[in-house]
Design a protein around this ligand. Structure first.
Ligand SMILES: C[S@@+](CC[C@H](N)C(=O)[O-])C[C@H]1O[C@@H](n2cnc3c(N)ncnc32)[C@H](O)[C@@H]1O
Length: 212
């Protein structure tokens, strides 16, 4: 089994968005965080095989999953991000000396209808297009009864956000656990960013479908 520190080294080769599209909230998960969340997923879900990454961007979480042995479907709407993801996949395959099981699907999340053992995702925050994060969550709940998601949590609204997401998941018959909270540095990439770097909090959730 590959070690987390080796996953992180391989993921450091993943290139990010060239010209991130603000409406699509294109922020790349840092390699150490992607390696860490997938290590947590692997320890939780040893028996799982298939994984879907909704809003896969340039591939960071998908590649982390594939390096830990999952068969991954990476779904991304933006064709430019998909082109970078394909190049990244070729670079990583070369680095690890084998073809990782990643199939790339260029499609809007709303038109995805497959099922999977797991969903692991870092969806748009739902700030530029209000509630887009909830569109992703609903799709994830349709796709699997094991959903892992890295979700933005504004420090000022921490309590309300967590309560809201718990109610939202409950309404869809899923239980909610926050496994870890990360502080992530967002580099200044969008025109509306005022600071050079901004630290944000991201909660890593596990939503589990309740048996009925
Ligand atoms: C926060 S980024 C995360 C990117 C990547 N998963 C990562 O962790 O580095 C969210 C991604 O969702 C994609 N996205 C936004 N709206 C989408 C939609 N309607 N359908 C599919 N992907 C979408 C964006 O293009 C972007 O790549």
């Amino acid at each position: 089994m590959i070690r987390k520190k080796d996953v992180k080294i391989v993921l450091s080769k993943v290139k990010g968005f060239k010209n991130p599209v603000p409406e699509l909230e294109q922020y790349m998960t840092p390699p150490d965080v992607a390696a860490d969340i997938m290590n947590i997923v692997r320890l939780h879900k040893k028996q799982s095989y298939s994984m879907v990454d909704l809003g896969s961007g340039t591939g960071m979480i998908s590649f982390a999953g594939a390096l830990y042995g999952f068969s991954v479907k990476a779904l991304e709407k933006d064709p430019k991000a998909v082109t970078i993801m394909r190049k990244n996949l070729a670079i990583i395959n070369k680095k690890v000396g084998k073809n990782l099981e990643v199939s790339i699907i260029n499609r809007d999340v709303r038109s995805f209808n497959d099922e999977s053992d797991l969903v692991v995702m870092n969806p748009p925050f739902g700030i530029q297009e209000k509630d887009k994060n909830l569109v992703f969550l609903e799709k994830a709940f349709e796709t699997s009864d094991s959903v892992f998601a890295l979700l933005h949590c504004s420090e000022k609204k921490e309590v309300e956000t967590r309560k809201f997401l718990k109610r939202f998941a409950n309404f869809h018959n899923f239980s909610t656990t926050i496994l870890k909270t990360y502080k992530i540095q967002l580099p200044r990439k969008m025109f509306f960013h005022e600071k050079e770097n901004k630290a944000i909090n991201m909660d890593f959730y596990y939503f589990e479908g309740k048996k009925v």
